[in-house]
Design a protein around this ligand. Structure first.
Ligand code: BG6
Ligand code: MG
Length: 219
């Protein structure tokens, strides 16, 4: 019996995945890693230092950057990213998601956020949707980032719900692994190949409604 929803933020609620990509692409070009659509897709959902590690590993230069050099690159990426999101407004919510949140609230479901981003609180405030959520899980408080199940488990815990009572929504393959590993029902939004393990798949946030989810509700 579903009682709550756990949301990823970047690429699900907020149209900010494109800004992460722009900022990471700059770092990839600076260190000399070729930017490909595959790398862009694989970076989705991965935390800041994990993303940098993937960029360095993809370019075959993980050994060349010590912790101090990595921290400098991660800070540079975040400064560029913060610049890109500094003007976010409520219009930067993805199409249909504000309506979906209102629909869930009216129907009495509880909601939380399971984002890998340390910028989640800022973005949710800028979109004007913070009142919908009981809690935003602090990504620094979980033992391991997506694809590990810890963050989506925590997102059910903060709602005082069991994982079987929660639906998780994600735009990344790593996030779908996290939801499935936590024992929640997974809704993927976006690329069918990257999200092939999702229980329910939508091509766009515009298609995400309670009726469309219930139509696919596993019996
Ligand atoms: C995830 C994004 O939500 O947050 C990733 O999908 C990003 O692209 C990660 O790297 C961490 O974000 P931040 O804002 O803490 O660097
Ligand atoms: Mg995402």
């Amino acid at each position: 019996n579903i009682k709550g929803f756990a949301f990823d933020m970047d690429g699900v609620l907020a149209d900010t995945a494109k800004f992460h990509s722009i900022a990471w692409r700059q770092i990839a070009e600076e260190v000399g890693t070729t930017w490909t659509p595959e790398l862009a897709e694989n970076l989705k959902g991965i935390d800041r230092m994990g993303s940098l590690d993937l960029i360095l590993t993809t370019g075959g230069m993980a050994d060349e950057y010590d912790l101090a050099a990595r921290e400098a690159l991660a800070t540079k990426k975040n400064d560029n990213y913060r610049n890109l999101i500094s003007e976010l407004t409520p219009d930067d919510a993805l199409p249909g998601m504000r309506e979906f949140l209102a629909e869930l609230k009216a129907a009495g479901y509880k909601m939380s956020i399971a984002s890998a981003s340390k910028n989640a609180g800022f973005i949710v405030d800028r979109l004007g949707i913070s009142d919908y959520f009981e809690a935003i899980v602090d990504p620094a408080s979980v033992a391991a980032g997506k694809p590990d199940p810890a963050i989506f488990k925590a997102a059910a815990d903060v709602l005082n719900l069991a994982p079987e009572e929660v639906i998780g929504l994600e735009d990344s393959g790593a996030g779908i692994q996290s939801i499935n590993g936590a024992g929640e029902m997974s809704v993927g939004i976006g690329d069918a190949d990257a999200l092939s393990d999702a229980d329910i798949l939508f091509a766009s946030t515009k298609d995400v409604t309670l009726a469309n989810i219930k139509a696919n509700w596993p019996k």
